[in-house]
Design a protein around this ligand. Structure first.
Ligand SMILES: Cc1cc2nc3c(=O)[nH]c(=O)nc-3n(C[C@H](O)[C@H](O)[C@H](O)COP(=O)(O)OP(=O)(O)OC[C@H]3O[C@@H](n4cnc5c(N)ncnc54)[C@H](O)[C@@H]3O)c2cc1C
Length: 508
């Protein structure tokens, strides 16, 4: 599959998250001499792994969504995902436990979900059908016209064809209003909106075009890669190495200096000049801390004014015995969740009554635990920038364990054999995430498409961005596309004969 458009180019990549690793694979396959510099001892970025005392935890992503985009990545290198890991579709896909004692399992069969909707509200079954029709259409237009093709600049939207497509998208409204047009019941509204947390947004600040997430959820399905999400990280790293990329871990980049026809990368032990540098590290960190202030177009105000996606209080527990009340994925939600979103985006407080997510991968994957145990990962979305003192974390830990006992009939008291936490400080210090956001820049209307940082860093020649902070955005499947797009952008820039299409064949 190698096209060698970049033969003879030396390219440095700062960061080995999904975006950095994917870019490394594509760029190396294009013939570039690729070196990845990663600060942490392991690759994967926020999608890391804890392996201790017989327990294995994915530290970040756990929902394997949009399987077609994983197929697309591996397919571009002549593989299938199943050459690296076994994939299982989850059924039920997830369970929702409301704190008022109600609960529901969402099956993989959409017709059963329609029945569930009807049981909550007369007419809601038909409303869901029509919601999903619209969601499928938005997905089709959104993916094929805006997300899969490399369109991150305003001028990429200026063709008549693209504007015609945009008419089909209800771009300007909020998800709150959009969902209310279909169903009234607050619990049904939550089912249609919970996926927004994947985008780092809330129903009131996420554009309605992201109703496409319900198509992803109900129609495309929820999968689990055996070995966990880290099996996917390892597979992509293997593809990148196989294509010739060198990956250096425990190698923090401390400075970037543009020079004529290149960019110099500074680490503790070396100064290396590459023809181009791609940054997977957060854009705010790159522009504020790695480049001198005179070297970029965006000022401090730009970065302080951004809407950052939530941070997270993460609790990783190895637990004795089984957990019959929890599914592989369980959401524990108060019937009224506006206060929690307000605590994240408005008041920036720890949530008093949190909505949270519990992942028990050992239900599907016995290799994640010693026998007779389960792994439990709790994720509470919280405001970025919160002070996560020991006392504050302890309060949240107690709140979550009490809530599991009260609302999920799961008392973990005396059963915890292993425990770790990750919170705001770790995202800020280990991964250089601004304000300790877990996800990066939220997908608000003004941080979507051409208004997100683009692949070409403004004001600095030969410097590029890849990963969740740039286009298409947050989430593993989007980061896979981002690696493809930044490669196309670089191939275009490197070509003396003008724009050319690289080996990556998309159908726009
Ligand atoms: C808790 C959590 C749950 C999630 N759940 C899901 C999910 O279920 N499904 C899903 O699809 N997505 C999920 N996501 C989102 C998804 O994981 C991310 O969007 C994606 O992994 C981000 O990848 P990235 O390419 O932006 O890189 P990042 O993961 O941000 O990695 C960037 C890398 O750059 C490195 N770096 C930073 N500064 C430097 C420096 N100066 N020198 C060298 N290296 C540096 C960092 O150490 C890091 O390894 C979740 C994220 C989190 C945190």
């Amino acid at each position: 599959m190698c096209s060698n458009h970049l033969a003879g180019e030396s390219i440095g990549i700062v960061g080995a998250g999904f975006g950095g690793l994917t870019a490394a694979a594509y760029l190396a396959a294009e013939g570039a001499d690729v070196t990845v510099y990663e600060k942490q001892p392991q690759v994967g970025g926020v999608a890391g792994v804890i392996e201790e005392e017989g327990f294995r935890f994915d530290t970040g992503p756990s929902w394997y969504l949009m399987p077609d985009l994983f197929e697309r990545f591996f397919g571009n290198f002549g593989y299938e995902p199943t050459d690296f890991y076994k994939l299982e579709r989850l059924d039920p896909q997830y369970r929702i436990l409301w704190t008022d004692g109600d609960g529901v399992e969402i099956p993989a069969d959409t017709s059963e979900v329609i029945d569930i909707f009807e049981s909550y509200e007369t007419g809601a079954g038909a409303a869901l059908e029509s919601y999903l029709e619209q969601s499928a259409e938005t997905y089709e237009i959104g993916m094929n016209r805006f997300v899969i093709p490399n369109r991150s600049r305003f001028r990429d939207y200026l063709s008549l064809d693209v504007l015609r497509s945009a008419r089909g998208l209800s771009l300007l409204g909020t998800m709150d209003d959009h969902v209310a047009e279909y169903v009234d019941h607050p619990k049904l509204q939550q089912i249609l909106q919970y996926t927004l947390v994947f985008l780092g947004g809330a129903p009131h600040n996420t554009p309605a075009l992201y109703n496409l997430m319900s198509h992803v959820d109900f129609e495309l399905g929820v999968y689990y890669p055996q070995g966990g999400m880290y099996a996917v990280v390892e597979a992509i790293a293997a593809v990148a190495r196989d294509a010739g990329a060198e990956i250096q871990t425990e190698t923090e980049v401390t400075g970037l200096q543009p020079v004529p026809d290149g960019v110099t990368v500074q680490t503790a032990t070396a100064t290396v000049t590459h023809d181009r540098v791609v940054c997977n590290a957060p854009a705010a960190h790159v522009e504020r801390e790695l480049l001198g202030p005179e070297m970029h177009d965006r000022d401090e105000g730009y970065w302080t004014d951004r809407t950052y996606a939530p941070s997270a209080y993460m609790l990783y527990l190895g637990v004795e015995g089984d957990l019959p009340e929890l599914e592989h994925h369980t959401l524990v939600l108060p019937p009224e969740w506006d206060d929690h979103f307000e605590s994240i985006f408005e008041t920036q407080q720890w949530p008093a009554e949190p909505s949270y997510y519990v992942n028990v991968p050992s239900k599907t994957d016995p290799t994640a635990v010693p026998s007779g145990h389960e792994t439990v990962v709790v994720l509470v979305p919280i405001a970025p920038g919160l002070a996560d003192t020991e006392e504050a974390r302890e309060r949240m830990r107690t709140r979550v364990l009490d809530s599991l006992a009260d609302h999920a009939d799961t008392d973990l008291c005396g059963r915890i054999a292993f425990e770790r936490e990750i919170c705001v400080s770790e995202y800020r210090e280990q991964f250089n995430k601004p304000r300790g956001t877990a996800l990066g820049m939220a997908h608000t209307l003004f941080q979507t498409g051409p208004m997100r940082p683009s692949h070409r860093a403004p004001g600095v020649d030969r410097l590029y961005y890849v990963g969740g902070d740039t286009n298409p955005g947050i989430g593993v499947p989007m980061c896979l596309l981002s690696g493809e797009h930044v490669t196309e952008t670089i191939v275009e820039d490197a070509s003396e004969s003008g724009p050319i299409r690289s080996f990556i064949g998309y159908t726009a």
